[in-house]
Unconditional design. Sequence first.
Length: 313
Amino acid sequence: MPSTESLALGRLYQGWLDTLAAHPDWPISEVRKLFEHWGDVTGEPGGVDYHEVDAGGVPALWAVAHGAPTDRAIQAAHGGGYVVGSRYSHRKLYGHIARAVGARVLIIDYRRAPEHPHPAPVEDAVTSYQWLLAQGFRPEHLALTGDSAGGALAITTLLLLRDRGLPLPAASVPISPWTDLAITGATVTTHEARDHFVKRHVIETMSATFLGEHGDRRDPLASPLYADLRGLPPLYVQTGGDETLLDDSERLVAAARAAGVEVKYDVYPEQQHVFHFLAGAAPEADQAVRDLADWLRPRLGLGEREALTAKAA
């Protein structure tokens, strides 16, 4: 059974659906204001400082764990269907990850649709990653992460870096990734009643907004499920068991393993889409963040001492 605390995210999601249904003609600016409350259910991590930065022309927010080394970094891409969400809505979520890993996290504000459709987000993610390299970060001391659409960016950024001959980071952690904009996964239907937000009509609208009316929903840089995944660094995919996008993770993991990519994959039973937002508030989210940190620290060359110092700060 899910914890009582974890039910808060489902209530938030249902409230969003009710609000959007009551305001079908809202402009995108009003919809975005609604989603800025995503982090309302997240506990304040503490022991983390935040400051704004221009990452090569991409607005971003550093979340820096107290005691974190200066030469390790994680680039994070927020979710929101490439349409909503921001570095601010996701500040506390990635602050928890920064603290657990004992590192600094660069939360990027890539350009969003409909003003900036595909491939603007992945281009911005590559630009900010190149900025990190220019700041002196070594690729083996960098990692990517992201949730939902940002989880896809945690993969498509690797693809574009690889295809441009740029050095790849040490690892990537896609969280509840949206990997199939063609929306062919069986769980989109079978988990419809369980998932309190990611309904077919929601992702159909976001897909069309992001790609345009005639966009290719199987473009590998939009839908990494259809990509050649060979040569990618290790991946750790985390997802909730009640998600309509569960098959997006299942099929991506199978494709990555078939391509020879090292993959760790965890499904957290009876959890909602990006349940990690309940970090600091629900045990399932806290466990997932700990699991992520335990997997990622050694891949960034971080030992227990650094992580424990950050936790104790």
